[in-house]
Design a protein around this ligand. Structure first.
Ligand code: CA
Length: 316
């Protein structure tokens, strides 16, 4: 630094290899004006509406940090993302105490961004799963009829009388408020001992398509996704992917508050992300339910960053 060649700025990496580009170097803050075509990040750091204690409000920042642990080079495809850009729109500022007000801020922000940025494919970084409710509402009103592919261990169709609009209710809220009908929703990875019969029944009664983990084990995830995309294509205008990381087995996602056994492998999920990235109907995504305060070596946030790079790689 200046006169002292061995002094580096505080916080800079201890060692810098001149021949390695780290993924955080391709993430640039939005300049407040440019039209973005392609992927953009928007943080929704809200976890107060979580059923169990969750520090998921810290996750957008931790996922951003995890890009600095990954390089831009995809050896399998011999492709380097170094010349690409991921635009970072920053985080939605949450109300300190008022959860519906925070949901409204997510809705209003995404509505404004979607109107202003027609070519943008937003990846919304949660936060807990409650953020999908205002996010999908905004998408639905601004990008015509939405189809949803939800990766999740849980239906998230809980009643709202017992506890309001929280992280167990986003899809119930969307159906009850007429934002979507059940046939616009496909749930993949739902598993045993993590749900109750009335909510399974609610999904069936409302025409939700449900693939359990048994379905995922017995069919290839890519076959399920192929079928899901065809099914949605027949009656929606675009697809939104809602990725609850607890769809993964606890071995792969230790940082999820409601994690358990019997879930997907990260390989399965990455193969699915590759397929979804190649599908032009996919116009938005959220990644939710990572709590960095219970994670192990930020494994789950690092996987989220890996998923975003995988999506970008195969988006082409
Ligand atoms: Ca969920």
């Amino acid at each position: 630094m200046g006169k002292f060649p061995y002094l580096k700025k505080a916080g800079e990496a201890g060692f810098r290899d001149s021949q390695v580009i780290k993924a955080h170097e391709i993430i640039h803050p939005w300049d407040g004006e440019s039209q973005i075509s392609g992927i953009g990040l928007i943080g929704a750091p809200l976890s107060k509406p979580s059923i169990s204690l969750s520090g998921a409000s810290q996750t957008p920042g931790v996922i951003r940090q995890m890009f600095s642990t990954l390089s831009t080079y995809a050896i399998e495809q011999e492709t380097d993302l170094a010349e690409e850009t991921i635009t970072d729109f920053g985080d939605v500022e949450m109300h300190l105490t008022d959860i519906p007000a925070s949901h409204d801020r997510i809705y209003e922000t995404l509505t404004s961004v979607l109107k202003d940025q027609p070519g943008l494919v937003p990846i919304v970084l949660g936060g807990d799963h409650s953020i999908s409710y205002p996010s999908i509402r905004a998408f639905s009103e601004n990008r015509r009829k939405v189809g949803i592919i939800q990766f999740d261990a849980h239906h998230d169709l809980r009643n709202r009388e017992d506890g309001g609009t929280g992280n167990g209710t986003p899809f119930r809220a969307l159906i009850e408020e007429g934002v979507i009908s059940g046939d616009q929703l496909i749930q993949i990875g739902i598993r045993n001992f993590s749900n109750s019969q009335p909510y399974h029944q609610y999904g069936k009664d409302h025409g939700v398509t449900i693939y359990t983990m048994k379905d995922v084990r017995e069919q290839r995830l890519t076959d399920i996704l192929h079928q899901s995309i065809q099914q949605l294509k027949a009656h929606v205008d675009f697809i939104y992917v809602s990725l609850d990381m607890d769809v993964l087995d606890q071995a792969f996602a230790p940082g999820c508050p409601a994690i358990g056994p019997g879930g997907m492998t990260s390989d399965d999920l990455l193969e699915g992300i590759e397929m979804l990235a190649k599908e032009p109907m996919v116009k938005g995504m959220d990644i939710v339910e990572i709590d960095p305060t219970v994670d192990f070596r930020n494994m789950t946030s690092k996987l989220a960053a890996f998923i975003i790079l995988t999506f970008m790689l195969h988006r082409g």
